[in-house]
Design a protein around this ligand. Structure first.
Ligand code: FES
Ligand SMILES: [Fe+2]
Length: 320
């Protein structure tokens, strides 16, 4: 195993609750149960669109649930409507915004929060880090707001978005397998062992590489607040309270957007100062790190979908 030099907060020794090689600890039966538990949770019909800070008074197009939508900001918040003008179907995302409305590029029709023929905006919500849209979802009672995971206040928020040829469940499943980290992303993870495991969450102690062999050791809890989200919360060690929220939104039957928000916090003196003064510099570094991991994890998730479609059965080497 490659060298790991730990620095920062030293955690008291804690035993592993599992033994054996990672390919037996990463038991597909446990992953399957935890995934099934996540799929049974309510969503209120909410889907993550993108980072709040990229939604401005310029129309942007997003594919969501097999349709194109135009997303922009007005004085009251975010507007999400069909990306087809109700007059003759022009793509509104190729237009511009004026006075809180999108102006159709073909004949100048202005559209905002008011319905107009086939222009029917859907409920949207900006939680300050992410923008969400609500759609009718079978078996889901619509809620006023999305169910937000617990977040630290005053942290540094960085958001990464990429698209992958998989379903939201493949994204959640990938994170329910923390064991792949040291093997599949050796550039980021030094060591990992499991401290606690229930049918619905898992706590691991992981050495996260900051630079080469230099790593911080943290205890991280993976939990699924809803069927399209998995969170990793630092519960002990450097940055306790920081959270990484990985959301997956279906673009169509075969593709999903992965939108990952990292909300970092620290008790260390100077952290808040660094967020205020150096946030512009740190944020892109955090996003680049998350993207690097997700480029690899997208390949993992895409392969899991391809295997499922081929009828491949997992090898139950673990303890069940
Ligand atoms: S197509 Fe939009 S105003 Fe005519
Ligand atoms: Fe991964």
């Amino acid at each position: 195993m490659a060298t790991v030099w730990r620095f920062g907060t030293v955690l008291p020794p804690a035993p592993s609750v599992l033994d054996g090689p990672d390919y037996t600890q990463a038991d597909p039966r446990w992953i399957g149960r935890a995934l099934a538990a996540s799929q049974a949770k309510p969503t209120g019909g909410w889907y993550v669109v993108d980072a709040s800070r990229v939604i401005r008074d310029t129309p942007r197009r997003y594919r969501l649930l097999g349709q194109d939508w135009v997303v922009f900001r007005d004085a009251q918040g975010v507007v999400v409507g069909p990306d087809a003008c109700p007059h003759m179907g022009a793509s509104l995302s190729t237009g511009r915004c004026q006075g809180g409305q999108v102006v159709c590029p073909w004949h100048g029709l202005r559209l905002g929060r008011q319905r107009r023929a086939s222009w029917v905006p859907v409920p949207a919500y900006d939680d300050g880090v992410l923008v969400w849209a609500r759609f009718d979802e079978e078996g889901q009672e619509p809620t006023e707001r999305p169910f937000l995971p617990e977040r630290p206040t005053g942290g540094l928020a960085a958001v990464m978005r990429l698209e992958a040829a998989c379903h939201p469940r493949d994204v959640v499943e990938n994170r329910l397998d923390p064991w792949h980290g040291t093997h599949f992303h050796p550039h980021s993870f030094g060591t990992l062992h499991v401290l606690a495991q229930s049918d619905d969450d898992i706590v691991v102690r992981v050495a996260y590489r900051v630079l080469g062999p230099l790593a911080v050791e943290v205890d991280a809890r993976f939990h699924t607040p809803d069927p399209r989200c998995i969170t990793m919360t630092i519960v002990a060690g450097e940055g306790t309270g920081s959270v990484v929220e990985t959301h997956a939104t279906p673009l169509d039957d075969q593709r999903s957007a992965v939108v990952e928000a990292t909300i970092a916090t620290s008790e260390r003196p100077g952290f808040q100062w660094a967020v205020r003064r150096l946030g512009w510099f740190i944020r892109p570094l955090v996003e680049a790190r998350a993207r690097r991991l997700w480029v690899e994890d997208a390949a993992y998730a895409e392969r899991r979908l391809a295997l499922r479609e081929q009828g491949f059965a997992d090898l139950p080497l673990g303890r069940g």
